[in-house]
Design a protein around this ligand. Sequence first.
Ligand code: NAD
Length: 568
Amino acid sequence: MQAAATIVRRLVSTRSSRGARCITSVVQDPGIPDFDVKNEPLLGYLAGSQELQQLEAALQKHGSAVADVPIVIGDEEIRTDLVRYQPRPHDHKNPVAKFYHATPEVVQKAIDNSLSVRETWEKVPLAEKIAIFHRAADLMATKYRMDLNATTMLGQSKTIIQAEIDAAAELVDFLRFNAFFAKELCKWQPISEDRSVTKNSMRMRGLEGFVAAVSPFNFTAIGGNLASAPALMGNVVVWKPSDTAVLSNYTAYRILREAGMPPGVINFVPADGPVYGDTVTASPHLAVVNFTGSVPTFQHLWKQVGNNIASYHSFPRLVGECGGKNYHFIHPSADAATVAPATMRSAFEFGGQKCSACSRMYVPRSRWDEIRSRMLDIHKEIRVGDPLKKETFYGAVIDEKAFKRIQSYIEHAKSSPNLEVIAGGGCDSSVGYFVEPTIVVSRDPDERILQEEIFGPVLSVFVYEDGQEAATLEMIGRCPYALTGAVFSQDQAFAEFALEKMKMTCGNFYINDKSTGSVVGQQPFGGGRISGTNDKAGGPHYMLKYCSPQAVKETFVPLTEWKYPYME
Ligand code: NAD
């Protein structure tokens, strides 16, 4: 209410250069102080460091009790009878959190509550919203950094470095860069040729209705971003976290609230996927589906929106970042000393559960022996196990469903005459869902192991004949996914050729670098084809997706004639 009153006061007090009352000043000057933005530096966690001690204390705190995570609607905590547990993937008999699934009625209650605060929140000046985001980012970078990292390590089985990159640094970056890009977005104003006659302006409004944010398990930062980015632009959000990332996502939600996010702007609603999906897509007030996850889930949500299209107040926007079948293409000129570690990191960090993970590699026959030998040397050193141990390269895959899916691909590889498992292949779910880093060589480039997203630590390799570089790129580019891809070449002319040739095959293209590791503000992320709507989270245009700009023309010279001169 106070914010609305400020707007009214400014409306009354502004005047045009001719002395007429100039209402549009408030649109042109949202009163945002200018500021710059930088990426959050990563901490090193070296033995004896202060940050390592702090992390160990946080792991002890979150690891010694089962957290109770409620549904939160407005300021009300709700616990239904649908009790669920979030297991530790690396120790699945030992849950890290107890939580509750929302019923359809509870999801509806969250929608109604969000809608009840929408108008007030939409009117809060952007400068105030940005201040909340800056506070949240600072809290995440300092006071709660280790809570975010520890809950991500315990619940999603991330190692120290993977948690630091994701939960703390990337989420902090999303909050700060989105605030920066939102401010920049408001700077452009339309042309007013003679301001004493006409003043044109534009303002960024939130959308009417609510945003359904649906997040995946694999990045805490993505959950926090999907829920908060629309809120920054004046929207209200009903956030459904993944069942396998509830604790870290709740930690992020609590920090946003502590930073000043008012109750109801983001409601935190763990739920069974289809129960949530059916309820939000049935609401006439659905404004955005803000989704990151697998292709089939997004296709399903899109269909539901399509089926209900005549019932919505406005056309829902569909933002979906989905899976990939990301490639590393190795040119005969490539530097093997880079190719091997870059590919092993990309394919196996976080057990291959990054949407950008390299899962298919194309190597010229002349270089295969050398590259294979370097990769197998690294393979011998990779430790899979408890992510809390410093020697562990990656922990367990997320849950039993993922474990069985990955195992079935490995079994297929072992039994298929066209495939040869040259490293790994072991799976053991007795304590945690552990899968060895597995390298499969395929004699058939169309084998399904080279076409389908596995989302686990399985790298498939196809050895092509030297001289067939262009034809091999052509074949790689026929894949229905188009998320990330990398070309390794010391031949500059070929790298330039590949850049053009592979233009439509991925949203993030790398030259002599691995296909993973995009940084907010540096490599805005997203892919095309079935990999998603490519709205480029972490980029300057992302925020536009969550607002409905209004163009305002105000005229100071009254129109008194209805006839045009030539009509005389
Ligand atoms: P998923 O599709 O299984 O689940 C994603 C979310 O959708 C979860 O919260 C889930 O509960 C929910 N869900 C499931 N069914 C639903 C329904 N009917 N209605 C509404 N919500 C429903 O994906 P996941 O296993 O959590 O994540 C892994 C996938 O995400 C991989 O395919 C990966 O490539 C992709 N991913 C993509 C990006 C990107 O930026 N492109 C980033 C991270 C992950």
